[in-house]
Design a protein around this ligand. Sequence first.
Ligand code: ZN
Length: 85
Amino acid sequence: MYCGERFEPEALTVDHVQPRMRGGDRSGGNLVTACGGCNVRKGHLRLAEFLRSDEKARTHFFVLAAPHVWPRILRTLQEELDERC
Ligand SMILES: [Zn+2]
């Protein structure tokens, strides 16, 4: 979802869009896949922080994830991104 490249399923990790500690659940609309490289780059950053620091990842995320992620979660994320511009 971040670099936009395609990988075999076993090369992917699963990321919560909204962290579980912030009320995110494990339903499909809250999960996206990331390759190992992107997962390492993201590290422990909150998704909004990572997307703010990485314009390409931000673009890919909103193009690729938007059809799959729950709209309310995308809204929350967008608000978080807009907060500190
Ligand atoms: Zn990647």
